[in-house]
Write a protein that binds this ligand. Structure first.
Ligand code: FAD
Length: 286
């Protein structure tokens, strides 16, 4: 099933993101995790590709497991370090496995050396994917602008180009202040970008995650959350509860203000996803 078929107007959709393991020995554990998440009946489960040192080759393996669990998989795919031949091979394997959905990403620039120049931007990958099969293609967007962008205006201009290249839906970088998303959606509308947007929510349940999240995503941490992390940093159980409560409240506010597509960055922690689904059960009809 194409994920855009699940993004019908006015229907609330909660999807989840998982990441594959770094090593072969971790595959069974991640499959168990995705199995537990599938039991929550998210509208789809996205599987990252090569992020944070994970093995890109395992993305399809986990996506197939998601499919066997009866959920709809969305495979991420990055391009900046890959040749066209390699990307064509990966897409061929996805096609053969019956995958219908791809999130087209540039990936982070290599810290050393020069990137392979076959694909410079996600926009190039979006075009290429459409030459390789009938895929439903999504892409990333950044309510606070991509950290490399010189301005929000240029980031929005490039987003428009990417969407016009053949993107059917977008997933946002995580954000912790809903005002940033509302502002972004308004600017998107003005820029003439009209595809569905999944709002990326990351429940932070460990105060040690805060610095890492800010460093990796460039997200602003609102004072309200900084106070929570500060107060509960030495009390793990309380911090978990507060992090789940904060994410739940963020989602309730989004839904109350007309956002219908929520994407949970689960960090492979099914119990956190389960708690949030339980907290929202009457709201999302889980
Ligand atoms: P692009 O859309 O190419 O944008 C990157 C930068 O280039 C931006 O500043 C943009 O404004 C600019 N730009 C875009 N097009 C042009 C152009 N034509 N000319 C000049 N400048 C341009 N990383 C992984 O490694 N694996 C994953 O699975 C993964 N999943 C992700 C999922 C989501 C929802 C998000 C938000 C990010 C994810 N990332 C992942 C991180 C992502 O790869 C990085 O943020 C990367 O730095 C940018 O990727 P992009 O696809 O947004 O790039």
């Amino acid at each position: 099933m194409r994920v855009t078929d699940l993004m019908t107007e006015n229907r609330i959709s909660v999807s989840c993101e998982v990441f594959p393991p770094k090593r072969f020995e971790g595959l069974q554990e991640v499959k168990r995790v995705t199995g537990e998440i599938a039991e929550l009946h998210p509208s789809f489960i996205s599987v990252t590709y090569g992020a944070a040192g994970t093995t890109p080759g395992f993305t399809l393996e986990i996506a197939k497991s998601v499919q066997r669990d009866g959920a709809v998989p969305l495979c991420h795919l990055t391009c900046v370090q890959s040749t066209r031949e390699h990307v064509a091979r990966v897409l061929g394997d996805m096609r053969e496995a019956g995958m219908k959905n791809v999130l087209a990403l540039r990936g982070d620039l290599p810290k050393e050396g020069t990137p392979c120049r076959d694909f410079e931007h996600a926009e190039d990958l979006v075009r290429f994917i459409h030459t390789q099969g009938d895929f439903c293609v999504g892409a990333a967007c950044y309510p606070e602008k991509h950290p490399e962008s010189s301005s929000r205006t240029s980031d929005m201009d490039y987003l428009k180009r990417k969407v016009d290249a053949g993107v059917s839906f977008l997933t946002t970088q995580m954000f912790f202040d809903n005002g940033l998303l509302y502002n972004f959606l308004y600017r998107m509308e003005r820029a003439g970008i009209h595809v569905p947007v999944c709002a990326g929510i990351m429940p932070i349940c460990d105060a040690r995650q805060v610095d890492r999240v800010i460093r990796l995503s460039g997200s602003i941490m609102p004072p309200r959350f900084a106070a929570i992390a500060d107060r509960f940093s030495e009390e793990p159980a309380a911090m978990t509860q507060a992090g789940i409560a904060f994410a739940t409240e963020q989602i309730v506010d989004l839904i109350a203000n007309g956002v219908t597509l929520i994407h949970l960055y689960t960090m492979n922690k099914p119990w956190i996803a389960r708690k949030i689904f339980e907290n929202l059960s009457e709201i999302i009809g889980a």
